[in-house]
Write a protein that binds this ligand. Sequence first.
Ligand code: SF4
Ligand code: SF4
Length: 377
Amino acid sequence: MSEEIVKPDLNFVKEVISSGGESLKKCYQCSTCTVVCGMTPDNSPFPRKEMLYAQWGMRDKLISNPDIWLCHQCSDCTAYCPRGAKPGEVLGAIRKMAIKNYSKPSFLASMVNEPKSAILLFAIPIVIFLVFMMIQGHFTTGIPRGEGGIISFSKFMPPIPYIDFLFIPLAALVVLSFVASIKSYWADMAKNYGKPTDADINKSITDTIIEILSHKKFSKCNVTADRKIAHLLVFYSFIGLAITTSIAVFYLYLLKWESPYPQTNIIKIIGNISGIALLVGITMIVSNRIKNKDKAGIGSYFDWLFIVIVYGVGATGMFAQIFRLLDIAFIAYPMYFAHLVFIFALFAYAPFSKMAHMVYRTTALVFAKHVGRDKSI
Ligand code: SF4
Ligand code: SF4
């Protein structure tokens, strides 16, 4: 029989508790949570064992555990736990700590996840865009109008040399940060949870993509069954908005065609459908959280920061367009300014915020499939 020496990390236990897993100590290992969980594999199932690891402060075993990402936070375990130990929330707290642990640079991870830094997170892009406005002379000469005297956001904040010169390097830094984080996460998973086999990695990736596109696992949720539609709406709206951005780049750099585009153009159609889907999806997420707060918990600062940013992106984008079409400049421009601030927050803080769950969960799913831990598609 192999023996394992447990080296408890008491600071880790304290951190789990302060990150949303305050109910951790109530667990008395009855295993009800593992029985009701529809996502766990039969072999070495979760979340009971993770509750034990967390109580014992087994940091390394939890932070690099792919199982914490196989959990889709459906909260069935939390609803049925006889002790009110909220295992779903404890796993959520550990996921947040995994993101904080692997994301680089680490000081940004601490900053993004500290409620006391919330004002600073938004103050940074506000100052950047105010400086852009000052450089262009908007405070002295006013904001120039577009052709025919219309409100034009590309005259207010031109892509070149402002928006794109800020967002393109920012996107490159975000990608680099994710690559560095995921590399060390994968290495730790391989060290602690089995070396990936010779199996075809392409199949693991393809199966993971199919699983994500279909959101099939969400159908196994009972207590929060309506999460699937809400999550699908938000997920596909992000894809729609990414397509919109790609078309905008094509129009601007290849066709030399600046916004605003006609409402009937494909870019506006995809953008508006995606924007509405985003707002509907995120509203459903908020309403589900409030509706199920007694059974599933209301969520932590980490969850709500992401919700606020996504809401901000959708709502300010929609209002900026409506007030531009109504030709009400004194509301349209501030709305567009706020839209840019929220987009900056969404991208710049992605490796450290809940947005990163997309990348970590995808990586963990690929790994779990590759080592034969997760056989579902
Ligand atoms: S978290 Fe709750 S259901 Fe799960 S083992 Fe502990 S006490 Fe039992
Ligand atoms: S939240 Fe859902 S998926 Fe996660 S451990 Fe609990 S029952 Fe399983």
